[in-house]
Design a protein. Sequence first.
Length: 278
Amino acid sequence: MKRITWIVACAATLALALFALSGCGSKAENASVAVGPTEGMDFIVGFDQEYPPYGFVGDDGQYTGFDLELAKEVCARNGWNFKAQPVNWDAKDAELNGGAVTCLWNGFTKEGREKNYTFSEPYMLNGQVVVVKADKASEYGTLDALAGKTVVTQVDSSALEVLQGAKADLNASFAGGAVNQVSDYNAAFMDLQSGACDAVACDLSIAEYQMSANPGAYAVLKDTLSDEHYAVGFAKGNTELADAVTETLREMNADGTVKALCDKYAEYGISYENWTLK
């Protein structure tokens, strides 16, 4: 009888141990684990392919852009396999948190998003501005002059976040009671050019690119919506990889690589004066 009781007790103990191990394994599998940098790993850059000069489709049909070239060089120096993966910008969080991309690197504003991502240190100065047709610029002395006007921005953009947040009163003054949202900034500027809208709210870098590509066509209003910075966004907790990217960007700045790349994209509105990661 004692032997049977002992066997039952042992079996129960073993079952509990296996259950505990199984539970631990389940938690480990379901947890969001930050992956540190390892040589030979795939580094998949999520970007908006309609976002020149940071990420776009070149004349040769290949993905290119200032940020993509930065990322490619960072990968080369760390022994990572660079891959460019275009994403729908309104689905970027699902792509990142689901592991489809390693990071979001495409003129990605840090301010206001710190709770949702782990960022590299900011590398480029940016701001949210309003662009109008050059021949209409004199009509807009201040942002308040946009009241009753049709203003457009890209869906899920930093400009939209500012207009729905700190500049909510201004947003409510626009025609229709809010800024209109379009799929990308190329569509927004086509609307501005055709007269379908009166103004476009966008990143300073996008405004500079459009003005460089269309000399004399557009003007940026003096009053800005906000001042901010670009950084590389990783899934929350992926600090080790974010730090590795930051340090590599610093090295690239120190040896002149960043300056050369800024000069290459100067005609697109990129300026080394806006580089902040020294």
